[in-house]
Write a protein that binds this ligand. Structure first.
Ligand code: VGL
Ligand code: ZN
Length: 216
């Protein structure tokens, strides 16, 4: 079966948030629309310890955007964001979160970042999302959320590696674009990895989960 995976649709990634993704709130109506069409909706939540090593605040002498070595991995430094339990870490208020059946939280370990909803950036520890999806007999994922050039990209590429039929819906995602061109590069990388990157209109028909029965 096919599930919808909503990546990090959290206040800190919306305009006005700590790590605002330009036009990030535009993904919310798309997420809400698609959530009505899937039998299973799951979500990831960036969920950092307050002293997380991806925060520039933890690296005196460094600024947001610098790249440092974090226990052997290149790490872009970000503003403090999505601190566990904080308002910035909450799902966007307009997101129909009542449709979400299962949430995986990532990025708790201060020593390693976790862009993918499946693994930390060192691919050492998994979030248990794969186990959960297999138990639900999910074999195909439609992915959207924030941000296209980080968490959506790494989640989609890992999903392919884990052999899910994987689709990313362009209207449902926006990029940070630290460098102009990052969005296009992310789309190219995902496509190269076997991810179908499509428009929402192309989701019609056989490729989407059957309409939910019972309430419509
Ligand atoms: C993300 C940067 C840092 C994301 C999370 O959700 O794309 N990006 N933490
Ligand atoms: Zn983060």
């Amino acid at each position: 079966m096919k599930a919808l995976l909503l990546v990090d649709i959290q206040n800190d990634f919306l305009p006005g948030g700590a790590l605002a993704v330009p036009d990030g709130d535009a993904v919310i109506p798309v997420a809400n629309r698609l959530a009505e069409r899937f039998d299973l909706v799951v979500a990831s939540q960036d969920w950092h310890a307050a002293n997380h090593g991806s925060f520039a605040s933890q690296h005196p002498g460094h600024a947001v955007g610098d790249v440092v070595d974090l226990h052997g991995l290149d790490q872009i430094l970000w503003p403090d964001h999505c601190v566990q339990g904080g308002a910035g870490a909450a799902f966007a208020a307009d997101l129909h979160a009542d449709r979400i059946e299962h949430v995986v939280r990532k990025g708790q370990n201060p020593d390693v970042d976790s862009y993918s909803a499946f693994f930390d950036n060192g691919h050492r520890v998994d979030t248990s999302l794969d186990d959960y999806l297999r138990l639900q007999e999910v074999d195909a994922l439609v992915i959207l959320g924030l941000a296209l050039d980080y968490c959506v990209k790494y989640t989609a590429i890992d999903a392919r590696r884990l052999s899910y039929d994987t689709t990313v819906v362009l209207e449902g995602t926006r990029a940070v674009n630290l460098s102009p061109g990052d969005a296009d590069a992310a789309i190219a990388e995902m496509t190269e990895a076997g991810v179908a990157v499509i428009h929402e209109s192309e989701l019609n028909g056989a490729s989407v989960g059957a309409p939910r029965t019972g309430d419509r």
